[in-house]
Ligand binder design. Structure first.
Ligand code: SAM
Length: 222
């Protein structure tokens, strides 16, 4: 049985009706700001993330805190639509932007408004779960509950990849309002990797992302 039929009814391809919600100013300009902060190297951020996650054709991908959906839309395009592509975000304006982007680029993806601690999909739905630049928004309880939810929706052997600011580096991104920290060590390879182990992920590892202001932690669902 195909993945799509197993979870029949859970995916809702985008249409024009779903893209009409008004998004706040900062949401509408998120992609431009991200490009400036990444010194125009957004490609390196997203391609690096998909590579680290082991993403490839035929897989079911979930990106949590997907923002304007750039990673998911690029993933769909990279494998000519051969797979299942879902983005979740708790901010309705981001989801509206992501749906508009998917329509503009004719990408067959699903975007839904949802929080990491209540993922609206059945157990063992996804092969790869990614989360980029969103973990630092979560408090301890949301991180714990979110990781439990990710374990639930990953298939056995599936991969979680978390990408976030490398707090050991004084980069432009780490100096933005709301991102400043007193940490002198990297929180992703320390505290986040440890949280993955405690949540029950196996083969946990961490390191520097190809975009070196970022780092990553990854683990496998047993
Ligand atoms: C800095 S943006 C990152 C967007 C995108 N992943 C990227 O790499 O550019 C963080 C995103 O996380 C979302 N977010 C924050 N808390 C969330 C939660 N509890 N569940 C899902 N998304 C959340 C925000 O709405 C925002 O779109």
């Amino acid at each position: 049985m195909s993945l799509a039929s197993r979870i029949h009814g859970h995916f809702h391809p985008v249409d024009a009706e779903h893209t009409q919600e008004a998004a706040p100013f900062w949401v509408r300009h998120y992609d431009r700001v991200a490009s400036v902060i990444a010194f125009g190297r957004v490609d390196r951020v997203h391609e690096g993330t998909l590579e680290l996650a082991g993403f490839g054709p035929g897989l079911a991908l979930l990106d949590i805190g997907c923002g304007t959906g750039e990673l998911v839309v690029r993933a769909e395009s990279a494998v000519d639509g051969n797979g299942t592509f879902v983005g979740l975000d708790s901010e309705p304006g981001m989801i509206a932007q992501a749906k508009r982007k998917a329509l503009d680029r004719s990408a067959s993806v699903t975007f839904e408004e949802a929080s990491i601690d209540a993922i609206p999909y059945p157990d063992a739905t996804f092969d790869v779960v990614t989360s980029s630049l969103m973990f630092h928004h979560l408090d301890d309880a949301q991180q714990r509950d979110g990781l439990a939810e990710i374990l639930r929706v990953l298939s056995p052997g599936g991969t979680l990849l978390i990408v976030d600011i490398n707090t050991a580096k004084r980069s432009v991104i780490s100096r933005l309002p709301g991102h400043r920290t007193a940490d002198t060590t990297d929180r992703v390879s320390g505290q986040v990797a440890e949280s993955l182990r405690k949540a029950g992920f196996e083969s946990v590892s961490a390191g520097t992302h190809p975009f070196d202001a970022l780092s990553y932690a990854t683990g496998i669902k047993p």
